[in-house]
Every structure is written in structure tokens, then in C-alpha cells.
Design a binder for this molecule. Structure first.
Ligand SMILES: Nc1nc2c(ncn2[C@@H]2O[C@H](COP(=O)(O)OP(=O)(O)OP(=O)(O)O)[C@@H](O)[C@H]2O)c(=O)[nH]1
Ligand SMILES: [Mg+2]
Length: 221
């Protein structure tokens, strides 16, 4: 099999695509965080996600165009149902979100990690995100040191953010850019978007030769 990233097809441009799945309890702010990253503003009227919402943003790393696909999943069990298997197909990286003002959403992280593990993604780049830092008082918010301990246990970086505050948008940016850089440094990549003269079109997901887990598109081998 030849390396897709080296293929030259006249009139077509190959672009790397990274698929990032966003998980966490309902109401923690997954939709607002992904919207902030992709649209550059706070989503005023966010409603509970049903199934999955799909957002994307083009970025550049090392002068190369990369497409980040964010899969914003429903936190409510009744809106996830049997579709979960489908969301995890070809996922490259994982974001787990909790609400710093709701300890119960932090305590759910263990079960989100179990789900991640059951889909063979424990070696994929993952980050933990404590959202809604603008809410409550420092005393009422979950302590950073406490969250950091859990993040260390799972071997993932911790980000504390607010999707609401414009002044915090750099932190939101850092979540996804950190993952993008980690994925970019993992070569070779065979996941490409083909963009021709008629604009963005086919997303061609090619199986990786070196994939070792049950997850077809995992780049963590
Ligand atoms: N104050 C504050 N509110 C936020 C923030 N992020 C989200 N919210 C609010 O929290 C509520 C839930 O946000 P969503 O982004 O819809 O939550 P979600 O995790 O996508 O929820 P599901 O789709 O049900 O899983 C909404 O009322 C948002 O306006 C934040 O950073 N600060
Ligand atoms: Mg949502």
C-alpha cells in the first residue's frame, strides 16, 4: 500500500484530518466549548445535544493545512443509545469535560474513561477539561490540585477553561491545539480529506498499516 500523504493527484489536494471526540456529563459545556473553538464565540442558546453534533475548523501546523473534526457527543444517556459505537469509529483523540462547579460531573470521569478504554483509546492523546471557571467562588469550585491528581493518574493534561469568557478563549484554543500538535507528531498519517476544484468533498478514511488496536483509525501505535 502506498503512503496516501505522498500521493500526487492532479487537481486534488490531500489534507490531514484529525477526529476528536468530546465526552462528559450533560450540561458541562461540551457544545459551548466546541462552538467557541470553531466559531470563536460563546453559543448563547445551547440545547442538549441529541446523538452527536459535528463541527470542524481548519488549522495550520508547520505550514501544513489540517482539518480538525470535533464530535460533540450527547451527555444524556437517552440521547446516546446504540449510536455510541458509531461515534468512536476512527477517533484519534479524546476530550473529557467536567463542570468545576458540579463535583458529580467530576466523579463521572471514571466511567467516561471506562468507555474510552472499551473502545481501545487509552493510548490515544487525551485531555481533561474543567469548564465553567467563571462560575461560583474559588471555594465552591473543585480544587485544581484535586483535579490534577486525577489527570496525573490517567496520564493526561488538565485544562481549566470557560467557554463563556472571551478572556479565556486562549485556554479553549490550547485544548484542541495541544491535541492537534500531538497527533501531527505521530507519523505516518493516512487519514485525508480530498478537496478538488469543486470544493471540499469526499472524506477518504484509509486504514493504517500499523494500527494495532481495535480502533481502525487510531494513530497511537
Ligand atoms: N457560565 C458558564 N456557562 C456555560 C459555560 N459553558 C456552557 N455553559 C452553559 O451550560 C449549559 C450547558 O452547556 P452545553 O454546552 O449545552 O452542555 P453540553 O455538555 O453540551 O450538554 P449535553 O449536550 O446535554 O451533553 C448552557 O446553559 C450553557 O450556556 C461556561 O463556560 N460558563
Ligand atoms: Mg451538547
Amino acid at each position: 500500500m502506498s503512503d496516501a500523504s505522498n500521493q500526487q493527484i492532479p487537481g486534488l489536494k490531500l489534507k490531514k484530518v484529525f477526529k476528536i471526540i468530546v465526552l462528559g456529563d450533560s450540561g458541562v459545556g461540551k457544545t459551548c466549548l466546541t462552538y467557541r473553538f470553531c466559531e470563536g464565540q460563546f453559543l448563547d442558546k445551547s440545547e442538549a445535544t441529541i446523538g452527536v453534533d459535528f463541527r470542524e475548523r481548519n488549522i495550520k501546523i508547520g505550514g501544513e493545512d489540517i482539518k480538525l473534526q470535533l464530535w460533540d457527543t450527547a451527555g444524556q444517556e437517552r440521547f446516546r443509545k446504540s449510536m455510541v459505537q458509531h461515534y468512536y469509529r476512527n477517533v484519534h483523540a479524546v476530550v473529557i469535560v467536567y463542570d468545576v462547579t458540579k463535583p458529580e460531573t467530576f466523579h463521572s470521569i471514571a466511567s467516561w474513561m471506562q468507555e474510552v478504554e472499551s473502545h481501545g483509546l487509552m493510548r490515544a492523546p487525551r485531555v481533561l477539561v474543567g469548564n465553567k471557571c467563571d462560575c461560583g467562588t474559588p471555594e465552591s469550585r473543585l480544587a485544581t490540585t484535586y483535579a490534577q491528581r486525577l489527570a496525573d493518574k490517567y496520564g493526561m493534561p488538565l485544562f481549566e477553561t470557560s467557554a463563556l469568557l472571551d478572556s479565556e478563549c486562549d485556554n479553549v484554543e490550547s485544548i484542541f491545539m495541544t491535541l492537534a500538535h500531538k497527533l501531527y507528531s505521530k507519523q505516518p498519517l493516512r487519514v485525508v480529506s480530498v478537496e478538488g476544484e469543486h470544493g471540499p468533498g469526499v472524506v477518504n478514511l484509509q486504514r493504517q498499516k500499523r494500527a494495532t488496536s481495535s480502533n481502525d483509525g487510531c494513530l497511537c501505535s
